[in-house]
Design a protein around this ligand. Structure first.
Ligand SMILES: O=C(O)CCC(=O)C(=O)O
Length: 285
């Protein structure tokens, strides 16, 4: 594994992220960590929780046949290995540099499993994450998408629309609409912009980042193996609650239990990285 300081985005990477709204990061997991993460990913899907707490939400009950994309929110509550991954300070440091923030907090995680030979049921419709997060201000949140398998065109890698983080909010976006072509047509018609995509091709153990306004989605898994990932949604420290938006139903509004203008802080929004914090791994011993 390279020294941690070598993994962080340099000035060119930061400029790329700010211009395009995404960035492919290097490998952060060793083979052993990857194996352990896969095993615990499977446990959470199977409903075998290593803590006293279930995830916030899951779209498929344990033991049910997995015939569509599995999405489990705040899996880190239920499993300490998932927690270690979701709260990885190196991921936090990468995010801090990309976002130009002094500290990064967890917004929430999302464990994803795209089943083998998924067909349309494995699709993720084109969307911007901020469409669901309008309760947060400013819209500078970002996502670390950590690959637990090699991710490629065959198994339905995530695709992003470079530059779309500068388009403003596109209301047609919908994670849950599998009709990618139909969504693309609606989005092109409403924005008047051409829809070019870039594929986030990742070796297992590496990750990509995308800005919360970047349009993204993915197609079917045509391969015989699963496409497994842990998606870690992050925010710059100081991100505040904006009351009365279409994002009012988001779980984090309830977890904050605050009033308009309060920062999303406290135990439900742990800090992954803070500049100068003693526990940043490359500053200790
Ligand atoms: O995994 C995918 O294909 C999409 C994931 C996603 O929507 C996200 O990371 O925000």
């Amino acid at each position: 594994m390279r020294p941690i300081s070598d993994l962080l985005p340099d000035e060119e990477d930061i400029a790329f992220y700010r211009a395009n709204g995404h960035w492919i990061a290097p490998m952060i997991l060793s083979d052993g960590e990857l194996e352990e993460a896969r095993e615990h990913h499977a446990r959470v899907i199977a409903g075998i929780y290593g803590t006293v707490r279930a995830p916030w939400n899951r779209n498929i009950e344990p033991g049910q046949p997995i015939d569509h994309i599995v999405k489990i929110d705040n899996s880190y509550w239920a499993d300490t290995i998932m927690a270690r991954l979701a709260l990885n300070p190196v991921v936090g440091a990468m995010a801090a540099r990309l976002a130009g923030a002094k500290a990064i907090r967890l917004w929430h995680d999302q464990l994803l499993y795209k089943p083998p030979k998924s067909g349309e049921a494995g699709h993720v419709g084109w969307h911007q994450d901020f469409g669901y997060w309008q309760c947060a201000d400013p819209p500078e949140l970002l996502t670390a998408w950590i690959a637990l398998d090699d991710v490629n065109e065959e198994n339905g890698c995530m695709k992003v629309v470079p530059g779309s983080h500068k388009w403003g909010l596109v209301p047609e976006g919908n994670f849950f609409d599998p009709n990618l072509k139909g969504l693309e047509e609606k989005i092109t018609a409403s924005t008047g912009r051409s829809f070019e995509t870039a594929s986030c091709l990742l070796p297992a153990g590496s990750l990509s980042f995308h800005h919360c306004m970047t349009l993204h989605g993915s197609g079917p898994n045509l391969s015989a193996g699963p496409r497994r990932s842990l998606v870690v949604h992050l925010m710059p420290d100081g991100t505040r609650y904006r009351a009365g938006t279409p994002g009012e139903g988001h779980m984090n509004v309830r977890l904050l239990s605050g009033k308009d203008g309060d920062p999303f802080a406290g135990p439900y929004f742990p800090v992954l990285f803070r500049e100068g914090m003693r526990s940043n791994p490359w500053e200790v011993g």
